[in-house]
Design a protein around this ligand. Structure first.
Ligand code: ATP
Ligand code: MG
Length: 277
């Protein structure tokens, strides 16, 4: 089919094997306390190819953010491993650019200094980096708020600042956990457009959690659909639209078919979760 896009460029090693930017292999996790145990992830395996944009869709409470915590080395899995570019990084921090679900801005730093945090940790804040951050703050509607502290910003503005921090972090893999959930429809659509444009230009590797099916179809090359808790990979779909993508793909018959299919799967899993609680 002519609209089918090419598979992402993969990194080739000397022995000619394809090495993904990220591989989560056989990840299982159960949270235990004295009185209870809750299995959250059940043998989850997924990959993000180098320069690929991959999304995860799954019911609320299924274990998506927990998987990100494991990828980022904040939580230890009971089983399985995390590899980046072929190297085992299970339990290690600092390898990914990460935007958590709750925008974790440091309250004592200004917005500009929050945005520059990851570059600062890596010793890379010079005048050019600061000018770049200011330019971006203006672009996402935060011009004039550079010297504000986070508590003086709305939830949506904080989310945009946290998104910028992830975007400007130097690590190759970006893990974004529902980055646009607190934004109104118009701002969300602007942010999606920016992310799409930047990604199409820079081809960073992205793993993206969202509840929004249209957003996943618009942005991603592949989508993993997670089951209800404990989360397992239920479906993996290729999104067959050429890039650069335009907003009018939402009228494409394949888009409409995929949207219907995905929303049917998600509704089914959501009902299972509600039945279980
Ligand atoms: N540190 C923890 N200790 C105990 N239970 C936890 C911990 N972190 C998460 N959980 C539980 O694990 C389950 C999955 O949580 P998680 O945040 O991964 O879900 P999610 O898929 O990201 O949901 P949402 O879409 O609502 O963000 C939830 O029932 C949550 O209560
Ligand atoms: Mg979550």
């Amino acid at each position: 089919m002519s609209t089918l896009e090419q598979k992402p460029a993969a990194l080739k090693t000397g022995d000619n094997q394809t090495v993904p930017a990220l591989e989560a292999a056989g990840i299982s996790k159960t949270f235990r306390s004295k009185r209870s145990r809750l299995q959250v992830l059940d043998d989850v395996t997924l990959t993000v190819g180098k320069g690929e944009f991959v999304s995860i869709l799954g019911p609320s409470g299924s274990g998506k953010s927990t998987l990100f915590h494991i990828i980022g080395g904040l939580v230890k899995p009971d089983a399985g491993s995390i590899s980046m570019n072929g190297a085992d990084v299970t339990g290690q921090q600092g390898h990914i650019s990460y935007m958590p679900q709750q925008p974790a801005l440091f309250p004592w730093r200004t917005i500009e200094d929050n945005v520059l945090l990851s570059q600062e940790v890596q010793g890379k804040v010079d005048r050019e980096a600061r000018e770049n951050a200011r330019r971006w703050l203006g672009k996402v509607g935060l011009g004039g708020f550079e010297k504000n502290h986070p508590h003086t910003l709305s939830g949506g503005m904080q989310q945009r600042a946290a998104f910028l921090r992830a975007l400007l972090s130097p690590q190759e893999l970006m893990c974004l956990d529902e980055p646009f959930s607190a934004l109104d429809a118009l701002t969300r659509s602007d942010m999606q457009r920016w992310l799409l444009d930047i990604w199409e230009e820079s081809r960073r590797s992205v793993l993206f959690i969202t509840h929004n099916i249209e957003e996943a179809l618009l942005l991603s090359s592949r989508i993993y659909v997670f089951s209800s808790r404990p989360a397992a990979v239920l479906h993996e779909i290729d999104v067959p639209f050429q890039r650069p993508r335009r907003e009018d793909i939402i009228e494409h018959p394949d888009f409409i078919r995929l949207r219907r299919e995905l929303s049917g799967w998600l509704r089914e899993e959501q009902l299972k979760m509600q039945g279980a609680t």
